[in-house]
Design a protein around this ligand. Structure first.
Ligand SMILES: C[S@@+](CC[C@H](N)C(=O)[O-])C[C@H]1O[C@@H](n2cnc3c(N)ncnc32)[C@H](O)[C@@H]1O
Length: 409
């Protein structure tokens, strides 16, 4: 096929319009220059409309990759691509890539966001984005118009990862901080003169918005005053500050790890498994104390007798599930009941248990204890709340039974 050789060719004209910021904003697209960067951008998840390749240039693996992805590749007359980019160096490969849809206010945030307050250098912004993506952070907040994340230098320095980022732009830093706080973030500002050492700062188990500042002025006084914490990375020697991209990498790495640990520490006491286990243990203690006062059965044996009284004849396997114990625990509970003549294996099948006449009498005497303890445990509950609790616990049990049956899927 003949190479594209006219500057007026629509594919060339469309690409050329992307050399300016207004052209990129209008088209929702940007340029990706060079075979390596095109590969990296695709690996980062960028979507390409088409690729322009200088005549006589070949890269079999990239061409194969683009063919498989059904991205059109057009050969272009030598020297024409340099006119598209307006640069001074020869250009071999140039892709037209779609910019990610600008993040909306209603879009969900991840658990960590990086706020760049007037970071002016495109290379620094690209480094911040690249590092953030490498450390699992996707939300980047910009607080002014100065730096354009679709510019060639940002795309280049971010190794294309800026095309797979959730970028939000706020007209002023105070608005960004307020929106992030409303979304449940704690605001952590970084400064060479931070009042807390970063590794010792009292971080809470909540999402973190990390604020980094302008290369010369740092984070503004207003944003520092609105922060939950202002942290510093300690420096040795007569160094005034770290490069903002380097500082951001260190801060994301350390604070994200500390945030996850703080979240775990906060949440473990409130997990469903822990709540149910602790609740069951306490309820059992109350029953055991009451039962000891009237006889020598414990709560597991009492529950077992009650279940048998309802069902008449029950498979051991079902009993195990109904009272929530393992086989050995069940055997330990059944043995004393059998010794006292309260239960016996079914005559026709030893894998089933039946309740005897003596066992029924024991249940009758236990029933009063059961009612008294249950009333005391439901103290302060309305009838509707009791019903709701039963129904909710029943649903958790149904889900657990399903998970056990399906092996956790
Ligand atoms: C080059 S520094 C700005 C220096 C500015 N003169 C100042 O005092 O903040 C750019 C940004 O990098 C981050 N930074 C640099 N060094 C830091 C340090 N030692 N501790 C914490 N953050 C640092 C801060 O976010 C800072 O706003």
């Amino acid at each position: 096929m003949n190479p594209v050789d006219a500057i007026r060719d629509p594919r060339i004209a469309a690409a050329r319009a992307l050399a300016t910021r207004s052209g990129r904003a209008a088209a929702g697209r940007c340029l990706v220059e060079g075979a390596d960067l095109i590969r990296q951008a695709r690996a980062a998840g960028a979507r390409l409309d088409y690729v322009l390749r200088a005549a006589g240039v070949h890269d079999a693996s990239l061409e194969g990759e683009l063919r498989d992805a059904q991205v059109p590749v057009h050969g272009v007359r030598d020297g024409l691509l340099r006119k598209v980019t307006g640069g001074t160096k020869p250009v071999d490969w140039l892709a037209v890539a779609q910019l990610p849809r600008p993040a909306q206010e209603a879009d969900a945030y991840g658990d960590f966001a990086v706020v760049c307050e007037r970071v002016a250098d495109p290379g620094n912004l690209g480094t911040i984005v690249r590092t953030a993506r490498a450390l699992g952070v996707r939300d980047v907040v910009l607080t002014d118009e100065t730096t354009d994340p679709s510019s060639r230098r940002v795309v280049d320095a971010s190794r294309g990862t800026v095309l797979d980022c959730r970028i939000r732009r706020f007209a002023d830093p105070a608005g960004a901080v307020a929106a992030l706080r409303a979304a449940g973030f704690q605001i952590v500002v970084t400064s060479p003169r931070g009042t807390h050492l970063q590794s010792l700062a009292p971080l809470r188990g909540r999402r973190v918005a990390l604020v980094v500042g302008n290369e010369t002025e740092g984070v503004s006084d207003a944003v520092q005053a609105a922060a939950d914490l202002v942290v510093q990375i300690p420096m040795a020697g007569a160094v005034e500050s770290l490069n903002v991209g380097v500082a951001t990498g260190i801060s994301i790495y350390e604070l994200r790890m500390r945030m996850i640990l703080a979240m775990l520490t906060d949440r473990i006491p409130d997990t469903l498994g822990r709540n149910l286990t602790a609740g069951a243990h306490l309820v059992r203690q109350v029953f055991d104390a009451e039962l000891r006062a009237i006889g020598d059965l414990d709560s597991s044996q009492a529950v077992l007798l009650m279940v048998l009284a309802c069902e008449q004849r029950t498979p051991l396997e079902q009993l195990r599930r109904d009272i929530g114990v393992g086989s050995e625990e069940l055997a330990a509970s059944v043995a004393p009941l059998r010794d006292r003549g309260y239960v016996a294996p079914a005559a026709d099948d030893p894998a089933h248990l039946t309740i005897t006449g003596e066992g029924r009498q024991a249940v009758a005497s236990l029933w009063a204890v059961q009612e008294r303890v249950e009333e005391a445990l439901y103290d302060g509950f309305t009838t509707t709340e009791r019903e709701q609790l039963r129904s909710l616990l029943g649903r958790v049990q149904d889900n657990a039974v399903r998970l056990v049956r399906t092996g956790g899927r």
